[in-house]
Design a binder for this molecule. Structure first.
Ligand SMILES: Cc1ncc(COP(=O)(O)O)c(C=O)c1O
Length: 483
């Protein structure tokens, strides 16, 4: 297909997976090409020593110094070679370069998990006495991290209504370290108005941070909408097969740290007094601070093997996201028409409260996530739909009842009794977790089989005879895991 034809096709279907920038023949295929090409080539060039086409797995702790001067220079950051794999590793670096390229960003740092990415960026941006302004529609683990973990380091959080731009303005003050939102909130699936929130944050001289886990760069590059730092759990769609926990911090290079008070990123560094990261790495100083201050000191780097696994997942990212989005649309429409489904929400449905924001900020589809509630006429002992939601999770067969999302397989969970059970009822309500909510991460199976499984599970969960909801596996609710 020619570029023009491809553009026309993309416009006609509304499912263009990437941007339309001109390819750069002969250049680095990770930059300048269309998104799908970039994803396939994201793992880099053939190994120059052996010719191996797949990325080598550098399972090593350390790297021989050629001589004492180079060793000293590496410790002083004057020579950029590797020292020790807690700080950097060639395989992990390939993943970092790949994800940065997919975001059109200058640099990224991979971490052991999504939560480690959040902790790593928070460590360099906020200190005791600072406040973080965070949208309400946030993953339960992030809410708990800000409210109960960062708070132990003297950092406060103020949660605001995700869609109320004035609430962000009112909450930001001189102590605000950053504003935090999710591209598509977990599990409410609310998409914020990035441009408006970025304007408010920047008017006050603070960066906007976004958790882009649900969208991945295949659907949204938040840096194009005023976001200064993106973080993602690579555990989910970026990897795509549910084998590997990981995270990444992406520095979009847009924020002028030196113009504001961020001493870890701009200014003589407490650990490297002769180094100012805004001069050492002017394109991506936040990434340098995350690597040399957080990851180096906290030890929350990604392992080479995990990075190697995730590099393989990235190759099929565009294809998988297309299929996740298509299947989610089919399932959402099916649920919408089902008599025993009390409500269903998916960013692609016109009825979703932030369908317009999702249409503006997501490109190529609305993601693979759905939330819905079952009518629960037999829930005499609990809130409407609560027991039916739990029974549904036990009754699925093809889908798996577990605490993950973004797998090739369809996954279900009942957040009120598991992922969000540690939040108070008010906090659950603020996060959009109603007692009946079932979270569905739609996989890439054939939708015919998927709908058959969901249909049978709904019938079992809403049947008057509740014994019909026989657990499909020996797994029950695995409460307490906040994935
Ligand atoms: C939206 C979102 N962000 C971050 C995380 C945390 O990622 P990880 O489990 O890789 O630490 C999760 C986990 O489920 C999530 O759903």
């Amino acid at each position: 297909m020619t570029e023009d034809a491809a553009d026309a096709d993309a416009d006609a279907t509304g499912t263009a997976g990437g941007d339309a920038r001109e390819p750069t023949p002969g250049g680095d295929p990770r930059r300048g090409t269309r998104f799908g090409t970039r994803a396939v080539h994201a793992d880099g060039a053939a190994d120059p020593t052996t010719g191996a086409r797949a990325p080598p797995l550098h399972q090593t702790t350390s790297y021989e110094f050629p001589d004492a001067d180079v060793a000293a220079d590496r410790y002083a950051l004057a020579d950029r070679g590797h020292i020790y794999s807690r700080i950097s590793n060639p395989t992990v670096e390939r993943l970092e370069d790949a994800i940065a390229a997919l975001h059109d960003a200058p640099a990224a740092v991979a971490t052991a998990s999504g939560m480690a990415a959040l902790d790593a960026l928070t460590l360099v941006l906020a200190e005791a006495g600072d406040t973080i302004v965070c949208s309400n529609d946030t993953y339960g683990g992030t809410t708990t991290y800000f409210a109960s973990t960062a708070s132990r380091r003297g950092i406060d959080v103020e949660f605001v209504d995700t869609l109320d731009v004035d609430a962000y303005r009112d909450a930001i003050d001189d102590d605000t370290a950053f504003v935090h939102v999710e591209t598509v909130g977990n599990p409410s699936l609310v998409t914020p108005d990035f441009d408006a929130i970025a304007d408010v944050a920047h008017e006050h001289g603070v960066p906007l941070i976004a958790d882009n886990t649900f969208a991945t760069p295949a659907l949204c590059k938040p840096g194009e909408h005023g976001v200064d730092v993106v973080w993602e759990s690579t555990t989910k769609w970026l990897h795509g097969s549910g084998t590997t926990v990981g995270g990444v911090v992406v520095d979009t290079g847009t924020f002028d740290w030196a113009a504001h008070d961020y001493p870890e990123v701009a200014g003589p560094n407490p650990a490297y007094p002769d180094t100012d990261f805004s001069e050492y790495a002017p394109d991506a100083p936040l990434a340098a601070a995350v690597r040399y201050r957080s990851v180096r000191s906290l030890g929350d780097q990604q392992s080479p093997f995990d990075a190697w696994q995730t590099l393989q997942g990235l190759q099929t990212l565009e294809l998988r996201m297309d299929k996740h989005c298509e299947n989610a649309r089919i399932v959402a429409e099916y649920l919408q028409g089902h008599d025993d489904v009390a409500w269903v929400t998916h960013p692609g449905l016109d009825s979703h409260p932030t369908h317009d924001n999702a249409s503006e900020y997501l490109d190529g589809g609305y993601g693979g996530m759905i939330a819905f509630g079952l009518s629960g006429s037999d829930d005499a002992d609990g809130p409407e739909g609560y027991a039916a939601g739990k029974r549904f999770c036990e009754a699925v067969d093809l889908a798996s009842f577990l605490a993950n999302i973004g797998d090739a397989k369809t996954l279900v969970i009942h957040p009120a009794s598991t992922t969000h059970a540690q939040l108070s009822p008010d906090e659950q309500a603020d996060a959009g977790v109603t007692p009946d909510l079932v979270r569905l991460s739609v996989g890439i199976e054939d939708p015919v089989d998927l709908l058959a499984d969901l249909d049978a599970a709904i019938a079992a969960a809403t049947s008057d005879d509740v014994t019909a909801a026989t657990p499909a596996t020996d797994g029950g609710a695995r409460g307490g895991d906040d994935a």
